[in-house]
Design a protein around this ligand. Sequence first.
Ligand SMILES: [Zn+2]
Ligand SMILES: [Zn+2]
Length: 291
Amino acid sequence: MMLDHSFTPSDALWVYLATLIIFILEAVTGRLRTYTRRDFGLTMLTFLTNSVTTRPLMALAVGYLAAWLVPAGAGFAASLPVWQAALIVFFTVEFAFYWIHRWGHVGQKKGHKLAWLWKIHRTHHSATTMNSSIVQRQNIFWAVFTPHIWMIALFIYAGMGQGVAIYLVPFYLWNTFTHMHWRADARVLSNPAFRALSHVFIMPTMHHAHHGYGKNGKMYCNYGLCLSVFDWMFGTLFLPDGQPSRYRVPGGQVHWAEEAFYPLNMFGKRPEKQPASSQPAYSAATEGDLH
Ligand SMILES: [Zn+2]
Ligand SMILES: [Zn+2]
């Protein structure tokens, strides 16, 4: 395969434009009616603060640390064929993400020692509806844990930058595909071939189920981003029959500043007011099912 040598991870940035176009389509077709001003503001705030703080800082810190600890490792994998580098990046990042994401949800158990990791990941789950912008809705410290920053910095240090660039585009587009309001797979959920394929790739309704609860919702399943094969291997695969009955996090809403910046405590622990009906009880059955 011939590739332009100037192809770098920054070439993947156009996917933000794709997200913006889908988000505008979601808005003009009325799919964001339940996406509150608070939701939109929090998503924009986390996108902007992540982009100028922890994401670049974490990538730089890991790069400098690697150069300091293993100077001989710089570019050691640069001679790998690009397609091999892209596949290595894809499988290792997906595998690491599966476990880190799963540990984030293990922290949902009351009193669990990983509760802090859930509080960092919870921001991604607290939106009132699914749409393409949710991909960017992350607490600023999620960038410290997600392999999409630290692992990718290491791969670039190792000389696999083109493989990273090739991985980033389909990864981001798939992520948008599974978060956007329209579930492209809604009509084929019971098709046997589609169900077989759902054991390998995370499909939109599967990720909607991960953001939902009630019927067809299982927040403690489907931890993969593009691949569901690790969910299948490690017993967390869930194939829903339709849309989850509700989105958001059971257990009430915390202050927007805590969602964006936890564990930094800038505005105190004061919870925001909200109607009682939007604070579903966190059921014992749900907790008992947590892995
Ligand atoms: Zn999650
Ligand atoms: Zn998600």
